[in-house]
Design a protein around this ligand. Structure first.
Ligand code: ADP
Ligand code: MG
Length: 267
């Protein structure tokens, strides 16, 4: 079904202002960008540069102050079935088992029980969770919980996947496994992915395209297309050259962040 839905994302002159008067703060300024169907895009930048604000505008959780977003060709006015969101904190129901968590959204949609069981079964297998189906979130590691959160969003089969630092709280080894699983799922499903991270290496490992953001106001500082073959090897000269290039860009913005903080302390 999702194959028929268009899954492009169009961001048109999006600005976002928080607060008023003395407290007025421009978080995003005039961001425009078109993400074609099936592209894997990473939004990269230091903390506080507006990555979550932009992702929330695409998700429809918090609309822009001006400008607009189209997802699958439709104006975003709130959350919608063509977009699924994975948060950094595993948004699981603690009183439900793994299988119940994954089934939940499908039950809400009124899908038939046999169909739900089949879909949950196949997703749990895909994410290496079959042996954990009867466990509760508190009995799982952080990596496992995030697998459940991903399975839960995948269950709804939205053609556009929005991910806000989904692996930020996960140890390096598990993180690489999850990145590889995400790439495999992306390869199989052809979803459009907008993935927020502040990790330069993660963005180069994953993305077709990296949007580097400036710090306050958030704008797109660099729009970089990657054509490294996959699976990517973090040890190659090409990978490291990109890492150096992106580090320089991100560091400039981090510096601006530090200076802004210094000014705030001195005021
Ligand atoms: P990032 O995800 O890149 O770390 P955010 O999008 O969370 O950045 O935040 C960008 C800026 O907007 C920050 O300065 C943050 O404090 C501010 N901000 C985010 N959400 C709100 C809000 N609801 N009210 C006021 N300020 C906010
Ligand atoms: Mg954020």
């Amino acid at each position: 079904m999702s194959a028929k839905m268009s899954a492009s994302v169009e961001i048109n002159k999006v600005s976002k202002v928080f607060g008023e008067g003395e407290k007025r703060m421009q978080a995003l300024q005039d961001i425009s960008c078109t993400i074609p169907d099936g592209q894997f895009v990473c939004l990269l930048g230091p903390s506080g540069c507006g990555k979550s604000t932009l992702l929330n505008a695409v998700a429809g959780f918090a609309l822009p102050s001006s400008g607009d977003v189209y997802a699958g060709g439709k104006l975003v006015t709130g959350p919608g079935p063509e977009r699924g969101m994975v948060f950094q904190e595993y948004a699981l129901f603690p009183w439900m088992t793994v299988a119940q968590n994954v089934a939940f959204g499908l039950e809400i949609k009124g899908m038939a029980k046999a169909q739900i069981d089949e879909r949950v079964h196949s997703l749990l297998a895909k994410l290496g969770l079959s042996d954990f189906r009867q466990r509760y979130p508190k009995d799982l590691s952080g990596g496992m919980r995030q697998r459940v959160a991903i399975a839960r969003v995948l269950a709804l089969d939205a053609p556009i996947l929005l991910m806000d630092e989904p692996f930020g709280a996960i140890d390096a080894l598990t993180r690489r496994n999850l990145q590889d699983e995400l790439l495999r799922i992306w390869g199989e499903t052809g979803k459009t992915i907008l993935f927020v991270t502040h990790s330069i290496e993660e963005s180069i490992y994953l993305a077709d395209r990296i949007l580097v953001m400036t710090y306050r106001p958030g704008t797109i500082k660099r729009d970089l297309s990657l054509n490294l073959p996959r699976p990517r090897d973090t040890a190659t000269p090409e990978f490291n050259e990109l890492k150096r290039e992106l580090s320089a860009l991100v560091m400039q913005e981090q510096q601006r962040h530090l200076e802004a903080e210094k000014r705030a302390v001195c005021d």
